[in-house]
Design a protein around this ligand. Structure first.
Ligand code: C2E
Ligand code: CA
Ligand code: CA
Ligand code: CA
Length: 278
């Protein structure tokens, strides 16, 4: 039993070591990726449920790894967050997304771009300078930039976080709460922080037409958004039935595979130029 215990111990030690090595190699890989330009952004269109027009796009980070190919963000963003590399990577995303939206604007397309922020970025004193620089370099109208935060990032209402949000709002940048409904249940911050949009988590949207509770929650979030003068966005729309249900609930904006998968900027451009009445 003692030997088995030792073996078990060694097994765990080796497993942990392998994990640590994988982690480390991803960490140095991430640093290299930034230097060598291996990151790219895919854009997913957001559609007005009133007109059917594309109104903007969410920027979703991708890592085009030289050996592994396209690595999804779930595989490397947690490591980028742990190592602090999310700060320079996030600054790159902001710069690139603003540049793209400014380019759309010069092409006659007035599309907003939504960028996901990490907790660490929101906690740092240099966030406003980073956003200011991205806007100045691109010439993008601040009203066309949207920052997506999650509820959990707002419960750490430190002075820095509150100051960052206040200053970002003062610049005219839009703020939305991502994955709404999955996080903190104290809603008082929404009024206090003057956010602009609620993005209903796709967990509720996905089974809207099959699950009565999800339908009720989605309807309630849309109502609450409207009574606070906020825009309601549904993400994870995967079929026409869900789209129709959301239109019936007077949801404002929708996003999901049914309306367009994340892809190169050109795909959003093409969709935006199409007249697409429902
Ligand atoms: P998220 O912000 O909730 O982004 C939406 C995710 O849902 C994206 O996954 C998108 O591809 C996926 N999605 C969109 N429509 C549908 C649909 O109809 N059905 C289903 N099943 N999924 C759909 P993705 O691109 O893998 O991103 C995962 C997460 O990684 C994002 O979740 C976000 O939290 C994070 N992320 C992505 N880019 C960035 C970034 O630049 N910075 C930070 N900090 N996080 C990012
Ligand atoms: Ca998001
Ligand atoms: Ca989301
Ligand atoms: Ca998420």
């Amino acid at each position: 039993a003692k030997a088995a215990g030792r073996d078990t111990h060694r097994f765990y030690a080796e497993a942990m070591n392998a994990e640590a090595v994988a982690h480390l190699s991803t960490r140095s890989g991430l640093r290299r990726a930034l230097e060598r330009g291996e990151f790219l952004i895919h854009y997913q269109p957001q559609i007005s449920l009133e007109t059917g027009a594309v109104t903007g796009a969410e920027a979703l980070l991708r890592w085009n790894h030289p050996d592994k190919g396209m690595v999804p963000p779930g595989d490397f963003i947690p490591i980028a967050e742990d190592s602090g590399l999310i700060v320079p990577i996030g600054a790159w995303v902001l710069t690139e997304a603003c540049r793209q939206a400014a380019q759309w604007h010069t092409q006659g397309l007035s599309l907003s771009v939504a960028v996901n922020l990490s907790a660490l970025q929101l906690q740092r004193g240099d966030l406003v300078a980073t956003v200011t620089r991205a806007l100045a370099e691109s010439g993008l109208d601040p009203l066309l930039l949207e920052l997506e935060l999650t509820e959990s990032m707002l419960i750490q209402n430190t002075d820095v976080v509150m100051d960052n949000l206040r200053r970002i709002k003062a610049m005219g940048v839009q703020v939305s709460i991502d994955d709404f409904g999955t996080g903190y249940s104290n809603l008082s911050y929404i009024g206090r922080l003057a956010v602009d949009k609620l993005k209903i988590d796709r967990g509720f949207v996905a089974d809207l037409t099959r699950n009565h509770d999800s339908a009720k929650i989605t309807a309630a979030v849309i109502q609450m958004a409207h009574s606070l003068n906020l825009t309601a966005v549904a993400e994870g729309v995967e079929d026409s039935e869900t789209l129709e249900a959301l239109r019936g609930l007077h949801c404002d904006v929708a996003q999901g595979y049914y309306l367009g998968r994340p892809g190169p900027a050109e795909a959003v451009e093409r969709a935006a130029r199409q007249v697409n009445p429902f």
